[in-house]
Design a protein around this ligand. Structure first.
Ligand code: CU
Length: 147
């Protein structure tokens, strides 16, 4: 009888530990597709309400001629994206803080890396992300799927 209780207790403890580890951020690596105005990951899936860390890498070679900066901006509300992109492009590619943005990274230059950590929305769905550097958002975009 006593052994049974101990067994149930230890199973419970193992389960609680397992639950604890899910608090660790899920890491998503996203890069630019070489020197193209595209992400190398155009869709990824996260759990609703979970911690997410995106590591963004600008894979443009240092000897690439011309400007090639990137960021990542994830929208809470896709219908706000056109307006936010337009404003960002008028601001050197940096978005202005806006309640309709879930999270955004700084702009990074060729060869650089940055990361953002955030809590995924509780509401399942598809969340648009784009690069708001000038003229990139049309091709440099993808979806975060929240399940
Ligand atoms: Cu870009």
């Amino acid at each position: 009888m006593y052994n049974k209780i101990l067994l149930i207790l230890s199973v419970f403890m193992i389960l609680s530990c397992g639950g604890g580890s899910s608090q660790e951020a899920q890491v998503v690596n996203i890069g630019s597709l070489g020197s193209e105005m595209k992400y190398d990951v155009e869709e990824f899936t996260v759990k609703a309400g979970s911690n997410v860390k995106i590591v963004l890498k600008n894979n443009t070679p240092l000897d690439y001629m011309g400007e090639m900066q990137h960021n990542i901006v994830i929208f809470k509300d896709e219908s706000a994206s056109a307006q936010i992109i337009k404003l960002a492009e008028g601001n050197g590619g940096d978005p202005y803080p806006d309640g309709r943005i879930l999270v955004f990274s700084e702009l990074i230059d060729k060869g650089e890396e940055t990361s953002i950590e955030f809590t995924a929305p509780k509401k399942p769905g598809k969340y648009l992300y784009v690069c708001t550097y000038i003229a990139h958002a049309m091709s440099m975009r993808g979806y975060m799927i929240v399940e």
